[in-house]
Design a protein around this ligand. Structure first.
Ligand code: AMP
Length: 405
């Protein structure tokens, strides 16, 4: 079994998975035994929602103050123990931690020791919003089970294969190197999983296919994957670059930030909050949920329609750019909350790209399913696919492969 932990600043998401490779009639490899979420850590109204899938039990929800990550993880451990899945179980092989920033050093999942933890801490200046919470999660889990291998799986790792000309910004090299400024990319676990699953759907080996992966969730990123290796991705030093997202602007002229400081009297933090939290779809139309935006468009709301058009325009530009980067594209894969569920986004993103070999079959695109599937017509030269992402399974598989090797 592997426990996967995704620790945010005030939340912990977790899944316990059975990795049993030869199950002998037991659960298949990758079966979820329990899933849950602790939210609002540090507040009086913290909430723990735990679903014991192994026992088929109902979701259990508890509310009340959970002071910190240590208390949160202890509460999770107690829930798991109540189902006979406690952290002291000899069947638990590893804890897999999602770590957002692994910099250049971590190109693969890594068993965490003091030196690894110190290196993840050294990356805090380039990932101030994410790595501190990940570190807290690791520390707490290590304290609970010091004997158990803890594995860090990095969001940046899949992108470390990007060629230097794609990873570097065209700024003064000495300044960039002194401050580790370059394009790292994020959502790598999802891009890795989805590009591999796309190859599987096409009946090919990942080494044989070139895929453009569009991870469209509240955060959103595109990647160009050539023969299983990432060659470009839309997020950069931080997850702010690239596509229009739920609350982030994605690409803008960097001079906008100086202008806001000089002309609008905004501070660094004000601009940070503006671009990360008050921009993107929410900044454009007040909503970041694609369902709500589509509903408003259906009612004739022009602001919602413009927000949608801006979102799609940016997406199209990246599809075009990555087609050029890859030279030959075998598939475009949509994933995450918007990519998996919003048929109008998929249709609009590929509309008018017939010259590039892309097309969407309206009936296939309308199908709702949790399975990987094609949405392109038979004649299309480039496949279009919907591939539900599964970052937890990918983290569990990577962690398990490492500790059982
Ligand atoms: P994620 O970050 O991958 O969990 O994606 C969350 C986003 O997915 C939400 O903010 C919505 O915009 C979008 N989403 C989720 N379900 C649907 C749906 N049924 N139709 C359209 N968009 C959806």
């Amino acid at each position: 079994r592997v426990l996967v932990l995704n620790s945010g600043s005030s939340s912990v998401k977790y899944q316990l998975l059975d990795m049993n490779p030869d199950s002998g009639g037991g659960p298949a490899a990758g079966t979820r035994l329990a899933v849950g979420l602790v939210e609002r850590i540090g507040e009086d109204t913290s909430r723990l929602a735990h679903t014991p899938l192994a026992t088929g039990g109902d979701k259990r929800e508890t509310e009340g103050p959970i002071a910190d990550h240590e208390a949160a993880l202890k509460a999770v451990a107690a829930e798991l123990a109540a189902d006979g899945l406690g952290l002291d179980s000899p069947e638990l092989a590893a804890i897999g931690h999602r770590v957002v920033h692994g910099g250049l050093k971590f190109t693969a999942p890594t068993v965490i020791d003091d030196a690894v933890l110190a290196e993840i801490e050294r990356l805090v200046p380039v990932a101030p919003l994410h790595n501190p919470a990940n570190i807290t999660g690791i520390r707490t889990a290590r304290a609970l089970r010091p004997d158990l291998p803890q594995v860090a799986v990095f969001d940046t790792a899949f992108h470390t294969t990007m060629p230097e000309y794609a990873a570097r910004y065209a700024i003064d090299v000495a300044t960039a190197d002194a401050h580790r400024i370059r394009r790292y990319g994020f959502h790598g676990t999802s891009h890795a999983y989805v590009s591999r699953k796309t190859a599987e759907l096409l009946g090919k080996d990942p080494s044989e296919v070139n895929v453009i992966v569009l991870h469209l969730g509240n955060g959103a990123s595109a990647s160009a994957v050539a023969g299983g290796r990432c060659v470009d991705t839309s997020m950069g030093l931080t997850p702010l670059e690239g596509l229009v997202m739920g609350t982030r602007s994605g690409d803008i002229d960097p001079a906008v930030t100086f202008h806001l400081k000089r002309v609008a009297g905004m501070s660094e933090d004000d601009v940070d909050v503006l671009l990360n939290k008050k921009s993107g779809l929410v900044g454009l139309c007040g909503d970041n949920d694609m369902r709500e935006i589509r509903r408003r468009i259906d009612e004739g709301d022009e602001r919602a329609e413009l927000a949608f058009d801006i979102y799609i325009h940016r997406l199209k530009k990246y599809i075009g750019a990555y087609t050029a980067v890859l030279g030959r594209v075998d598939a475009v894969a949509f994933t995450a909350g918007v990519g998996e569920n919003a048929a109008p986004v998929r249709a609009a993103a590929l509309a008018g790209l017939e010259e590039m070999g892309l097309a969407v079959d309206a009936d296939l695109n309308a199908v709702r399913s949790g399975e990987p599937r094609l949405i392109s017509p038979e004649y299309a030269r480039v496949a279009a696919a919907v591939i539900p992402t599964d970052e937890e399974l990918e983290i569990a598989q990577q962690a398990y492969a490492l500790v059982s090797a």
